[in-house]
Design a protein around this ligand. Structure first.
Ligand SMILES: [Fe+2]
Ligand SMILES: [Fe+2]
Length: 293
């Protein structure tokens, strides 16, 4: 026998305890109490990046490069957003996407009319869904196919986060009524599932629809600006969360925030129309250049 009885570590028991081998550790070296005494508890803190939206010194990644540096009101006025940019439908699926969005617009107009802040809250609770759903579907596909996603997932999740930051900004100046919260819950339940199925079956149409949704968002935010300019909505101070997120100047006003949000929506519009085009033309790898229309 190579091991003496005293140094043998595992001794098998009779048949009654066959499935529970008893481990014998030399008490002077490996007793549980000595292990606890010698190894300090390991505590890995949650990195502050994980809750960066709550910290002044930790910035979330903006969707437009312009917001990586401080923007004045004059800078925000100059932001390109393509006021007349509209993608004409070129096939049946584009036409369906446009018709769907226009129908949703009629419902929103009827329900909210000129209550633009409340409309913005509702809009953002919906707008923050597609990026997350599309990111999830592409994440799962990347895992299944064991392939790189071509850069889509990060972009789509960034878009969802950006829309959620729009919502959190408006929540600083608006208190939705109970029936509006109920509506948000109901719409989310329907829209999340509908968009998930749509993205699995018709991802091109799903992105085109978001492109058109963003076109409508730009119309709504432009009307929001007009209401501020007309004096119907008070141009109060910008919420801190907005100043921090978009790198606005400390004395920024509500109007500056709306300009920043509208610029973000323009980025979403162009990105989603390009995504639809890339799927149509089979150039899905974002590392490959693509000439947008
Ligand atoms: Fe938004
Ligand atoms: Fe958007």
């Amino acid at each position: 026998m190579l091991l003496s009885k005293s140094t043998r570590l595992i001794r098998f028991q009779p048949i009654s305890s066959l499935f529970l081998p008893r481990v014998q550790l030399p008490p002077s070296v490996f007793s549980p109490s000595s292990i606890q005494a010698s190894i300090p508890p390991i505590v890995v803190p949650v990195p502050t990046r994980a809750y960066s939206s709550l910290h002044k010194d930790r910035k979330l990644e903006p969707v437009r490069d312009e917001f990586t540096k401080t923007s004045s009101s004059a800078d925000l006025e100059k932001l390109a957003y393509g006021p007349d940019s509209h993608r004409n439908p070129e096939n049946l699926s584009d036409a369906i996407a446009l018709k769907t969005v226009k129908s949703l617009r009629v419902i929103a107009d009827t329900f909210f009319q000129k209550r633009y802040i409340h409309r913005a809250v509702m809009l953002e609770t919906v707008a923050a869904v597609p990026g997350m759903v599309a990111g999830l579907v592409r994440h799962l596909r990347s895992l299944r196919k064991m392939q790189h996603d071509g850069g889509w997932i990060h972009h789509l999740l960034l878009e969802a986060e950006n829309e959620r930051m729009h919502l959190l900004t408006w929540m600083k100046i608006c208190e939705p009524k109970w029936y509006e919260r109920l509506l948000v819950t109901a719409v989310q339940g329907i829209f999340y599932n509908a968009y998930f199925v749509a993205y699995l079956l018709f991802p091109k149409t799903a992105h085109r629809m978001v492109g058109y949704l963003e076109e409508e968002a730009i119309v709504s935010y432009t009307a929001f600006l007009s209401e501020i300019d007309n004096g119907n909505i008070k141009n109060g101070p910008a919420p801190k969360i907005a100043i921090n997120y978009w790198n606005l100047s400390e004395d920024a006003k509500l109007r500056d925030v709306v300009l920043a949000v509208r610029a973000d929506e323009a980025a979403h519009r162009d990105a989603n129309h390009e995504f639809a085009d890339r799927i149509l033309n089979k150039v899905q790898d974002l590392r490959k250049p693509y000439e947008t229309k």
